[in-house]
Design a protein around this ligand. Structure first.
Ligand SMILES: *Cc1c(COP(=O)(O)O)cnc(C)c1O
Length: 274
């Protein structure tokens, strides 16, 4: 049965024709799902998000689903695109570029830690960078975007759970960062993003991000979006007003590089650019 290819696996061999394209067969690691399973998981994830929205008295259309394909190959992106899923998330610049080169039609979201020296790879290539957490990064993005004659939309990532292991500015630094972005040409902040710490109740963390967005949004009306909610906590996030949710495992299954993840909501791996 054809399965999705891990990013790191050799792409040679084991290919077979499948509706006009080469489909890589399962490797020894058994990572990934068959395309049909992915389409079914995607439909289930959409139902899950829609049900959470309805439960919260919100319109399902107000929540954008981004499917995070990190550590899966371009074939995963193609399967998603075929199923009508165009919002795709990546957390490493190199993977983003590799998959962008091999696919067409995706709207890319950068959700990982971003180093300044990778900014050039991400600006202009993404509809939204979710992870701006410091002024130097904002300046670099603005410079690069201005040179390309565009305005890069970003979210400010806030460490709303106060987890020392997580990226993001402190909640009380967010307003200054938003103001800094507003004063910088080539970059616009359209909302906030957070990743809750592992092992805590995510609801209060999401509520904190929402309160911060409400506060900032009153002063800076372009600050609207709330990117929060992953496979383990999407219901809580939608209940607290998420407008963008980022699902990986719920759609694609365990990642090829998942080391002993617990299969539950505490497995919040944050990919970094090191
Ligand atoms: C990997 C990742 C996700 C998806 O996580 P899942 O638990 O697989 O749904 C979402 N957001 C960020 C920032 C990520 O790095």
């Amino acid at each position: 049965m054809p399965t999705l290819t891990p990013m790191s696996s050799p792409s040679s061999g084991d290919t077979t024709a499948h509706d006009g394209r080469a489909t890589t067969l399962s490797g020894e690691r058994g990572a990934g799902k068959a395309p049909r399973e992915v389409a079914a998981s995607l439909a289930a994830a959409r139902r899950r998000v829609a049900a959470a929205a309805e439960h919260a008295g919100r319109s399902p259309g107000d929540v954008t689903l981004v499917v995070v394909t990190k550590s899966f190959g371009a074939d995963a992106v193609r399967v998603l695109l075929d199923a009508g899923q165009v919002d795709i998330g990546e957390s490493r610049a190199q993977e983003l570029n590799a998959k962008r080169g091999e696919t067409a039609g995706a709207r890319w979201h950068f959700v990982g830690r971003l180093q300044r020296n990778k900014v050039r790879d991400v600006v202009g290539a993404t509809t939204l960078i979710h992870s701006v957490d410091r002024a130097e990064l904002a300046t670099e993005i603005g410079d690069r975007a201005s040179r390309q004659g565009l305005v890069q939309r970003v979210l400010v990532q806030v460490n709303a759970g106060g987890d020392p292991a997580k990226a993001g500015c402190a909640p009380d630094e967010a307003a200054a960062l938003v103001r800094r972005i507003r004063a910088t040409p080539g970059i616009a902040c359209t909302g906030l993003m957070t990743i809750p710490p592992a092992g805590v109740d995510a609801g209060p963390v999401f509520a904190r991000l929402r309160a911060l967005r409400d506060d900032l949004g009153r002063r800076y009306p372009e600050v609207q979006s709330l990117s929060m909610g992953m496979s383990g906590d999407v219901e809580e996030a939608v209940a607290e007003g998420a407008t963008i949710v980022r699902l990986g495992r719920a759609v694609l299954g365990a990642r090829p590089d998942d080391a002993g993840h617990d299969g539950g909501r505490t497995a919040r791996t944050e990919e970094s650019e090191r």
